[in-house]
Design a protein around this ligand. Structure first.
Ligand SMILES: Cc1cc2nc3c(=O)[nH]c(=O)nc-3n(C[C@H](O)[C@H](O)[C@H](O)COP(=O)(O)OP(=O)(O)OC[C@H]3O[C@@H](n4cnc5c(N)ncnc54)[C@H](O)[C@@H]3O)c2cc1C
Length: 416
């Protein structure tokens, strides 16, 4: 595909998180004229780690970002543990699940820096630009069909309009873009009943202050920092009745964490006592959506499929979205007039897999908290976990692209 075939086509990306920036890199490299609209005054990521399973690391390589990622990430090879599952009450080992292929974990801010260094010159960024509406405009007078975005600056009451050929809603779990076309389907964001304490712990300091313990949770920064996420769930109410009042993220004291983990092994307390600046996150997910695409507007990342983080896979799913979408939009036959069909093809292959991940991740949380039908039967859990992630980690994204192309051939968009 030559750049000139795409250079007159404008893509508006709403949201500059991991999903939006990866999409900008991939589509910018294909020659599209890409504009990122970010409501914040700069790109930023939280002070926490993010882990990528074998599928996500593979997707990064397919996007040509894998080598950069491996420079800054803690990568563990095939055969090393993805995780060791220990009982919190007494640290008894329950299961060890191994990587089928290399996987990695990284400090989010470091990953963001690495991605920003790869933004091609075809990408423009618009900071302090909160998108307040996205509309498909059908062809009229001498205007071809397009998408109209309206943005506002936080310090101004004036709105600005922007015209694009494609709009990607990469605006996270609270997505405005999704709400703009999901209204008739009712609310789909829900509090999961789970909150999590998140924080980082300096391992060099820990080794000198806390003695010899070996519960490794999630190393980043080449083993110097431990990323900690400690979950607390309340399943007393049915899922549709779980409600969170107040901010979704707030700072907490270590004492507040200790109170929740009072019954746990002292070695767990030793770890929690070293967590720096813990925060409490009320975890919300989405009900799997019935559609992601309307006309020239589609969703990508958490806006489409926010999930509980128990599979460590949400950002990885966003990267898979980017790979499939960029392969399709990079196809030589994708042009300004047939974009809606290519977006439908993207949704056709990505929505089932991402929806499965949303449900599967919830169930993973039930397993880890002994609330699944397996209860606390360690032997059953161990046996189950050995195969649980096969479908997620061993996935052929290029066969998804092929399936999407078949979808387009069957509809006469591409020649058979
Ligand atoms: C506790 C926890 C642990 C996790 N661990 C992992 C893990 O180990 N591995 C993994 O793969 N995933 C993990 N995830 C999930 C992962 O963090 C998300 O899936 C991922 O960050 C989503 O990226 P995104 O770009 O889709 O959305 P976001 O990161 O939410 O980015 C959305 C962006 O859009 C901007 N925006 C929003 N609305 C507007 C608007 N109207 N106009 C303009 N800009 C707007 C926001 O400012 C933001 O920059 C975890 C999540 C949690 C909560």
């Amino acid at each position: 595909m030559s750049e000139s075939t795409k250079s007159g086509i404008t893509v508006a990306i709403i949201g500059g998180g991991i999903g939006g920036i990866c999409a900008a890199i991939a589509l910018g490299r294909s020659g599209y004229d890409v504009h990122i609209f970010e409501q914040a005054s700069k790109f930023s990521e939280i002070g926490a780690g993010v882990g990528f399973g074998a599928n996500a690391l593979h997707a990064l390589h397919l996007l040509g970002l894998g080598d950069d990622y491996e420079q800054i990430a803690d990568v563990s090879p095939a055969g090393d543990p993805w995780f060791s599952f220990l009982s919190g009450k007494d640290c008894e080992p329950i299961s060890e699940v191994l990587n089928p292929a290399p996987r990695g974990s990284v400090h989010r801010a470091r990953f963001l820096e690495c991605l920003l260094a790869r933004l091609p010159p075809t990408v423009s960024t618009h900071f302090s630009s909160r998108v307040i509406s996205v509309e498909n405009i059908s062809s009229r007078d001498d205007q071809a069909p397009h998408v109209r975005l309206t943005t506002v600056h936080p310090d101004s009451s004036n709105s600005i309009q922007f015209k694009a050929d494609i709009a990607l809603g990469c605006d996270g779990v609270k997505s405005m873009v999704r709400d703009s076309f999901q209204q008739e389907m009712g609310a789909c964001v829900r509090y999961t009943g789970t909150y999590a304490y998140r924080g980082l712990m300096n391992l060099e300091k820990a080794a000198s202050e806390a003695g010899d313990f070996h519960i490794v949770m999630f190393p980043i920064e080449h083993g110097k920092i431990l990323n900690i996420v400690a979950f607390v769930s309340d399943r007393t109410r049915p899922p549709e009745e779980r409600v969170w009042e107040g901010p979704w993220v707030k700072p907490v004291t270590r004492q507040e964490m200790f109170d929740d983990y009072a019954e746990w092994d002292p070695r767990v307390h030793a770890i929690l006592s070293l967590v720096d600046k813990p925060e409490k996150w009320a975890l919300h997910d989405l009900l799997p959506l019935e559609r992601w695409t309307v006309g020239r507007v589609t969703l990508l990342g958490d806006s489409a499929h926010a999930s509980l983080p128990h599979n460590g896979a949400g950002a990885g799913q966003a990267i898979e979205d980017v790979y499939v979408l960029s392969k399709l939009l990079g196809h030589p036959s994708c042009a300004a007039d047939n974009i809606p069909a290519f977006l439908q093809a993207y949704e056709h292959v990505r929505r089932p897999r991402a929806s499965r991940q949303q449900i599967h991740s919830r169930e993973s949380g039930d397993i880890y908290e002994f609330a699944s039908p397996m209860g606390d039967d360690y032997a059953k859990i161990d046996e189950h976990l050995q195969r649980r992630y096969d479908w997620l980690w061993n996935h052929d994204l290029d066969s998804d692209v092929e399936e999407a192309l078949t979808f387009l051939r069957d509809r006469g968009v591409l020649a058979k």
